[in-house]
Write a protein that binds this ligand. Structure first.
Ligand SMILES: NC(=O)c1ccc[n+]([C@@H]2O[C@H](COP(=O)([O-])OP(=O)(O)OC[C@H]3O[C@@H](n4cnc5c(N)ncnc54)[C@H](OP(=O)(O)O)[C@@H]3O)[C@@H](O)[C@H]2O)c1
Length: 284
């Protein structure tokens, strides 16, 4: 074949290759899961958003927050954010359009009234409009209702261990009954018929991640075990939240989770998330 014809064929082949990779890229974009993350400027929520943004092939993430300036301060820009208040249904309805998954990382936030006097315990209150009934029950209910209306297929909700005990000290904080309201919202999610992953985290700590072994259990048994760890680094929890969107075994599951220190023999660093979720069960 004359050289000119060969180079024409080569040119056409490279054009086809280029078109194929464009189609591949478009298919990849189209198959990404669109995820709305509420509480995206929170201490755990912001870590989850960072991780979702690292999984560009799998997720298109939207952070939902109430403060534009806080989002800018943490992420440098408000790109990929929608703003609103979970107590205002219409703002969530707007943000959740087209989403396949919702991650709920909002929570009522107790505030210390004043530094305690020496030897005294600190006292807490919730800001006006920020009581657990308003934020952790009605605010979460609004999110679940919006998810149902928008045809969302999975909700990952981060709650707290301690919910089996109505007399838990956290319920006394600011007379808010926070764990009771969080549990009521979890029941509402289960009854909604949407696939759920409810994670009851132990005490959250800001320590390095990926250096510990997850321990999952149920019904606050870990709190009754004096030898068990009671805490989990926020970044490890964030990893678990993202994995819950990727592993089929995470659907319709409720579990307590803490982390055991790697140094504690025979602890190991967990990487098999499929096995971890498979070991959990569906009832509250
Ligand atoms: N702290 C612990 O030791 C502990 C233990 C077990 C489980 N948990 C649970 O783990 C989750 C994450 O905890 P965290 O300490 O990382 O959370 P956090 O920093 O307290 O974040 C809570 C988020 O909720 C948002 N929020 C509150 N009210 C809202 C409203 N009306 N509308 C929109 N957003 C609202 C806050 O917005 P702003 O960013 O604007 O404030 C914040 O982003 C929570 O559900 C918590 O209950 C915590």
């Amino acid at each position: 074949m004359p050289t000119l014809q060969l180079s024409t064929v080569n040119y056409q082949l490279s054009t086809i290759n280029c078109q194929l990779s464009t189609v591949n890229y478009q298919l990849q974009i189209m198959s990404r899961k669109k995820v709305l993350l509420t509480g995206a400027t929170g201490r755990t929520g912001s870590l989850v958003l960072e991780k979702l943004r690292q999984h560009t092939a799998e997720f298109e993430s939207i952070g939902f927050a109430r403060s534009e300036s806080k989002a800018k301060e943490i992420f440098g820009s408000t790109e990929g954010f929608m703003f609103g208040d979970i107590k205002d249904k219409s703002t969530i309805d707007n943000a959740i359009v087209g989403c396949e998954a919702l991650i709920i990382l909002t929570s009522a936030i107790p505030q210390m009234k004043a530094p305690p006097a020496p030897g005294q315990r600190p006292e807490f209150h919730y800001p006006p409009g920020g009581m657990p009934e308003e934020v952790d029950y009605y605010g979460q209910k609004n999110q679940i209702d919006a998810a149902k209306k928008a045809g969302v297929k999975q909700v990952v909700l981060v709650g707290s261990m301690g919910g089996t005990n109505p007399h838990h000290p956290l319920n006394k904080m600011g007379n808010g009954n926070i764990l009771i309201w969080k549990r009521k919202a979890e029941e509402y999610l289960i009854d909604s018929g949407i696939d759920y992953t409810i994670i009851h985290a132990g005490g959250l700590v800001d320590e390095p991640s990926g250096e510990r072994e997850f321990v999952v259990d149920k019904g606050d048994r870990l709190l009754a075990n004096a030898d068990a760890s009671r805490s989990i680094p926020r970044a490890d929890l964030a990893e678990l939240v993202v994995r819950a969107l990727m592993e089929p075994h995470a659907k319709n599951k409720v579990f307590d989770v803490v982390c055991k220190l790697k140094e504690d023999s025979p602890a190991k660093v967990d990487t098999d998330f499929a096995a971890l979720f498979a070991a959990t069960t569906s009832e509250l």
